[in-house]
Design a protein around this ligand. Structure first.
Ligand code: 4AD
Ligand code: MG
Length: 477
C-alpha cells in the first residue's frame, strides 16, 4: 500500500490506487464528504464515506478539527471542485475534536481572534499558507548564500555589546529577584553575575559577523534578534529573525547589488515553489482590498507585485536627492506629513519612506549616503565629512526592509567616531582589532526576515507572519 501525503497525491493525478492518509477534518457535510487537510498543501482532499456501512457513532465523531486516518481508493471525482477523491473503505478516528469547544470553526475568523489562538491558527488556510511560504523563503535564503560561496555563521544571542548603540535591549541575568549584589555606589554589581559582566539579548549579529568576514571572506547570519523598543506597529516585533550577510573587499555599490540580487532571487524561488499558497494569498488580498475605497487599493495584485519586484531594477537614490524630492512634494507643501521636511539632516519617518516608494518612484528604492549623525557608529564616513556609506532598502507597503552599510575600516576614524558617540572602546576592543590587523574595505546589511515574509505573503501585520509573535505586553505561548 502506497503511503503518501495529500500534496503528492493531488500532484500525481493517478486514480484507482490504494491509499492511506492521515490528517485533520476541515469540514464534513451531508454525512458523506470529508474535506481532509494534512498540512502538506493548502488543498484539501475530498474523502467520501460509505455512510450506510459506517457506524452512527463514528459519523458523529467526524467533526471539524478531528484527526483521522482513512484508507481507500483514489478515484476520479464526480463532484465539482476537485479532480480526484478518496472513496473511503476504512476510517479511524485518531483524535476527537469537540465541536462545542473547538475555536477554529469553518468560517471567517478575525486575525485578532486568531492571534489569541496562535497555537491553533496555523490550521486555517491563511496561516497554513503563510507558514509554508515562510519555510520555503528561509530555505531560499540559505540556498542563495550557499550557492554563492557564503559561510553560515552562528553569532551569539547573549552579548555584552549593543551593536546598534540604540540601547533598546533585554537584559540577561541569573540574579534572583531582589537579591542582586550592589556596588558601593548603589548600582547592580554585574561583575558577580553569571557572565561577570552586564549582558543582553543581541540586537544584531553584525559586529561578530564582521570578524568572520575578515577571515572567511563572505559570511551570513540568520538568527533571532531582540529589541526592547516599545513600538506597537504592524512592522515591529520584539523578537524577530534577521539575515545579515557581511563581505570582505566589497564596497557600498557591491552591497546594493548584493541586497537587490538576493531579494530578487528569494522571491523568484517562492514564485516558482509556492504556487498554490501564493495563488491563495493573492486571492485573499484581492478580496480584502475589494472592501476598501478605490484609492486605498493597490494597482497590482500580490503576484503581480512579487513578479514586478523580481523583474525590475530597484531605484538608487542618495539621501540628499530624496530630501529634495520630499521637500518639494505635494504632501510636504500641503503640510500633510506629520513630520514636515524642511532641512537636510532630518531623519526619515515611515511616512516619507512610503511616499518615496509608493507614490514617487512606485518601486523598491535604495537610499544611500545618509547624514552621519542619524546612523550607527560603524558606518564609513564619506569624503564630505558629513555623510556615511549607509543604505536602506525601502519596499512598498513595508517601508524599511534592509539596513546596511560599508563599514568604517580606518582605525583612527572609527575610534574618533566611537568617542563622539560615547561608545566604550574597551568594550569593543576586539572589533577595533579588525582595523589593526589586516583591515580592508567591507560591507554588509541586515534584512528583517518577517518583513520579507510580510511582503511576500501580502499580510498586513507582522504578528501574522511569525508563529508566536513577541510584542509589548505579549509573550503568550
Ligand atoms: O536597520 P537595522 O537596525 O540594522 C542593523 O541591525 C544592522 N546591524 C544590520 C547590518 O548591517 N548587518 O535592522 C535591520 C533590519 C531592518 O531593516 C528591518 O527590516 C529589520 O531589521 N528590523 C525589524 N524587523 C522587525 N521588528 C523590528 N523591531 C525590527 N527592527 C529592525
Ligand atoms: Mg535601520
Amino acid at each position: 500500500m502506497m503511503k503518501s501525503n495529500v500534496a503528492e497525491i493531488l500532484k500525481s493525478g493517478t486514480v484507482l490506487q490504494e491509499i492511506a492518509l492521515k490528517g485533520w477534518v476541515r469540514t464534513f457535510r451531508s454525512n458523506r464528504f470529508i474535506a481532509l487537510n494534512d498540512g502538506s498543501t493548502i488543498n484539501n482532499i475530498q474523502c467520501v464515506i460509505d455512510f450506510e456501512n459506517t457506524p452512527e457513532e463514528t459519523l458523529k465523531r467526524i467533526t471539524t478539527g478531528a484527526a483521522i486516518a482513512v484508507k481507500g481508493t483514489l478515484a476520479e471525482s464526480q463532484g465539482k471542485g476537485q479532480s480526484v477523491e478518496v472513496q473511503v473503505s476504512e476510517i479511524e478516528i485518531l483524535g476527537d475534536s469537540n465541536p462545542d469547544e473547538y475555536p477554529i470553526q469553518p468560517k471567517k475568523h478575525s486575525f485578532e481572534f486568531l492571534r489569541e489562538n496562535a497555537h491553533l491558527r496555523v490550521r486555517t488556510n491563511t496561516f497554513g499558507a503563510v507558514m509554508r511560504v515562510r519555510s520555503k523563503l528561509s530555505f531560499a535564503v540559505h540556498k542563495y548564500f550557499q550557492d554563492n560561496g557564503f559561510n553560515y555563521v552562528n553569532t551569539p544571542i547573549v552579548t555584552g555589546s549593543d551593536a546598534e548603540g540604540a540601547g533598546e535591549m533585554f537584559r540577561v541575568t541569573s540574579f534572583e529577584d531582589n537579591k542582586a549584589p550592589v556596588t558601593e555606589d548603589g548600582k547592580i554589581d554585574y561583575s558577580k553575575d553569571f557572565f561577570g559582566k552586564e549582558t543582553n539579548l543581541t540586537v544584531s549579529g553584525q559586529l561578530e559577523a564582521e570578524t568572520y568576514a575578515m577571515a572567511l571572506g563572505k559570511v551570513y547570519t540568520f538568527g533571532p534578534t531582540f529589541r526592547a523598543e516599545n513600538s506597537n506597529t504592524t512592522r515591529h516585533l520584539a523578537e524577530f529573525w534577521m539575515i545579515e550577510p557581511e563581505v570582505a573587499f566589497m564596497d557600498l555599490d557591491g552591497n546594493m547589488d548584493l541586497a537587490e540580487d538576493f531579494i530578487k532571487s528569494v522571491l523568484g524561488y517562492v514564485l516558482e515553489n509556492c504556487k498554490d499558497d501564493l495563488a491563495f494569498l493573492d486571492q485573499r488580498l484581492t478580496q480584502e482590498e475589494s472592501k476598501l475605497p478605490q484609492a486605498q487599493r493597490s494597482d497590482m495584485s500580490l503576484l503581480e507585485k512579487l513578479k514586478f519586484v523580481a523583474d525590475n531594477n530597484f531605484k538608487r537614490v542618495s539621501y540628499t536627492e530624496a530630501i529634495d524630492i520630499l521637500r518639494n512634494s505635494k504632501p510636504n507643501k500641503k503640510k500633510k506629513f506629520q513630520f514636515p521636511i524642511d532641512k537636510w539632516g532630518a531623519d526619515l519617518q515611515s511616512e516619507h519612506e512610503r511616499f518615496l516608494v509608493e507614490k514617487h518612484f512606485k518601486c523598491p528604492v535604495i537610499l544611500f549616503d545618509y547624514p552621519a549623525n542619524i546612523k550607527a557608529f560603524y558606518m564609513r564616513l564619506n569624503e564630505d565629512g558629513k555623510t556615511v556609506r549607509a543604505m536602506d532598502v525601502l519596499f512598498p507597503g513595508i517601508g524599511e526592509m534592509v539596513g546596511g552599510a560599508q563599514r568604517e575600516e580606518r582605525y583612527d576614524v572609527l575610534v574618533e567616531k566611537m568617542k563622539a558617540m560615547n561608545i566604550d572602546e574597551k568594550e569593543l576592543w576586539w572589533y577595533l582589532d579588525l582595523r589593526k590587523f589586516g583591515t580592508a574595505v567591507h560591507s554588509g546589511f541586515g534584512l528583517g526576515f518577517e518583513r520579507l515574509v510580510q511582503f511576500t505573503t501580502g499580510m498586513g501585520n507582522i504578528r501574522d507572519v511569525i508563529p508566536f509573535p513577541r510584542t509589548p505586553q505579549n509573550a503568550e505561548f
